[in-house]
Design a protein. Structure first.
Length: 238
């Protein structure tokens, strides 16, 4: 796996692309353990406990609608934020992290000798979920499907998927995005379907259980008059 410069990172929050406003992002995940040591043991024993994750971001202040100040303050007011963070770009198969989070803090600083800056923190409600990009953020005007990713083998513990829709245009536009899986990269069936989207600034997270076949891809159905949707889809196996 080649190394990449940090400047290639991508960050999508609540259906907005905040990449161009941020200068630093960090995520931290942990899993608690509970001790189960009893008499007769020669070493301590443990079982897995609760998962936890946090995200911190720093960047430059911009107050226009749909830009960082409006997006983050709205998330702070609602308490909810959905993040997709890709440390090395969001090209097909790129690894990232998804967080369905509570927005916990937002700070704006105006130094007399420097640019106005912002910092934000979020507390995940679902732990740190590793995801792979299935559809890099980009525009689609017609129904279609993406290239597949090969996991090598099927898995049995389900997974989680994120959808971020940042731009929408056209008359009565409609997008239905799906994640599909296949055992042979030929015959595809729907693994999950996101709720229909008609407006920009939309984000969703869906968790599935059970078998996820060896191959996965995204597909989408678009309708309307001169429609266009700019979106990112990701999926992570458990």
């Amino acid at each position: 796996m080649p190394f990449e410069h940090g400047s290639k990172a991508k960050v999508y929050v609540n259906g907005y692309d905040l990449t161009e406003y941020l200068t630093s992002v960090s995520v931290s995940g942990e899993g608690e353990t509970a001790e189960t040591t009893t008499f007769g043991k020669v070493a301590k024993t443990y079982i897995p406990g609760l998962k936890d994750a946090t995200l911190s971001a720093e960047g430059l202040h911009s107050p226009a609608p749909g830009e960082i100040d409006a997006v983050v303050t709205a998330a702070l007011a609602s308490g909810k934020s959905m993040w997709c963070y890709y440390p090395q770009d969001d090209t097909l198969g790129s690894a990232g992290y998804g967080l369905d989070a509570l927005k916990t803090s937002y700070e704006v600083e105006s130094p007399v000798d420097d640019v106005v800056s912002v910092s934000a923190e979020a507390q995940s409600r679902t732990g740190l979920e590793r995801i792979l990009s299935l559809h890099p953020l980009g525009a689609e005007a017609v129904s279609g499907s993406g290239s597949s990713l090969d996991n090598g083998v099927a898995t049995s513990d389900g997974g989680v998927s994120y959808l971020q829709v940042t731009e929408v245009s056209g008359t009565t536009p409609s997008l239905t995005a799906r994640v599909q899986h296949s055992a042979d990269n030929v015959t595809w069936v729907d693994l999950l379907t996101f709720a229909n989207v008609t407006t920009a600034g939309s984000s969703q997270r869906i968790k599935v259980t059970g078998t996820v076949n060896r191959y996965i891809r995204t597909s989408w159905t678009i309708s309307g008059t001169s429609p266009s949707f700019t979106f990112n889809v990701a999926f992570g196996r458990y």
